[in-house]
Ligand binder design. Structure first.
Ligand code: ZN
Length: 127
């Protein structure tokens, strides 16, 4: 998918742009969706692709929205060695926007903890 960075800079807030397109991280406990308990689908803020179902969300205590599984095929996992750490970055498979990281220490049967930036997501609530 072709991304027009100049259009995106207008559409997104500076913080959203810094996280999604420059691999930033929002401050913990700052995200509007962190404690949103509504049922629905979490989608990519840039392209609207479905990423995570609310059923997969759990409270990890980290201050970022956390999920134990992604919609199949919706995220790409890439090794990230920035900041002297070995982590697995997750990006949207459609538009390549940065979303967060996935860690192998999830408390549910999947064993995974997808740690998301709230600003990267929109929630489409179920009617
Ligand atoms: Zn996307």
């Amino acid at each position: 998918m072709e991304i027009n960075e100049e259009e995106l800079k207008v559409k997104l807030t500076p913080e959203e742009y810094a996280v999604l397109r420059e691999k930033g991280t929002e401050a913990p406990f700052s995200g509007a969706l962190l404690h949103d308990e509504r049922s629905g689908m979490y989608t990519c803020k840039v392209c609207g692709q479905d990423l995570f179902a609310s059923d997969a969300k759990f409270d990890s205590g980290t201050g970022w929205p956390s999920f134990d599984q992604a919609i199949p095929g919706s995220v790409v996992e890439t090794e990230d060695t920035a900041h002297g750490m070995s982590r697995t970055e997750i990006t949207c498979s459609r538009c390549g926007s940065h979303l967060g990281h996935v860690f192998p220490d999830g408390p549910t049967p999947t064993g995974k903890r997808y740690c998301l930036n709230s600003v990267c997501l929109d929630l489409k609530p179920l009617e």
